[in-house]
Design a binder for this molecule. Structure first.
Ligand code: DAT
Ligand code: MG
Length: 151
């Protein structure tokens, strides 16, 4: 179980609902470490690049319109097995199918408003982190709690 980094986006619905702190807190409480964080409004160009694998699908236009509709919070999260652990903490793509206890399962109802993005593989994590952050914006630091959450 190697140390991984993954890209997260607190989506417009979570920002509008005042759930930025709630979503980030769940990742922090899991033990994951935020190593980059910023608020931004995504351009259409950036959104289309980020969701390039979904181009041509029926929901693509709605997805790009949604993710660019208001500012989002974008971050890089680090930890052992961070990609899968973040996905598990998020829940399933469709909140209706997500377990209670997950972000989407506790806070969401429909697939179009599912609160958070997280990369789904090491390849997409590398691609997505590179889209949003320069190397020098990603910080390496020790937390005193690290040995208690990932000993
Ligand atoms: P995830 O966000 O869980 O990685 P995904 O990469 O398959 O899911 O899709 C990206 C986003 O697109 C997803 O968060 C919500 C939207 N989406 C996916 N499938 C959809 C569908 N069938 N109808 C409407 N929106 C969908
Ligand atoms: Mg995805």
């Amino acid at each position: 179980m190697g140390l991984e980094r993954t890209l997260i986006i607190v989506k417009p619905d979570a920002v509008q609902r005042g759930l930025i702190g709630e979503v980030l807190a769940r990742l922090e409480r899991r033990g994951l470490k935020l190593v980059a964080l910023k608020m931004m409004q995504m351009s259409r160009e950036l959104a289309e690049a980020h969701y390039a694998v979904h181009r041509g699908k029926p929901f693509f236009e709605d997805l790009v319109n949604f993710i660019t509709s208001c500012p989002v919070v974008v971050g890089v999260v680090e930890g052992p097995n961070a990609i899968a652990v973040t996905r598990k903490t998020m829940g399933e793509t469709d909140p209706a199918k997500s377990e209670a206890g997950s972000i989407r399962g506790d806070l969401g109802l429909t697939i179009g408003q599912n609160l958070i993005h997280g990369s789904d593989s090491p390849e997409s994590a590398a691609y997505e982190i590179g889209l949003f952050f320069r190397q020098e914006e990603i910080l390496s630091y020790e937390r005193a709690i690290d040995r208690w959450v990932a000993g």
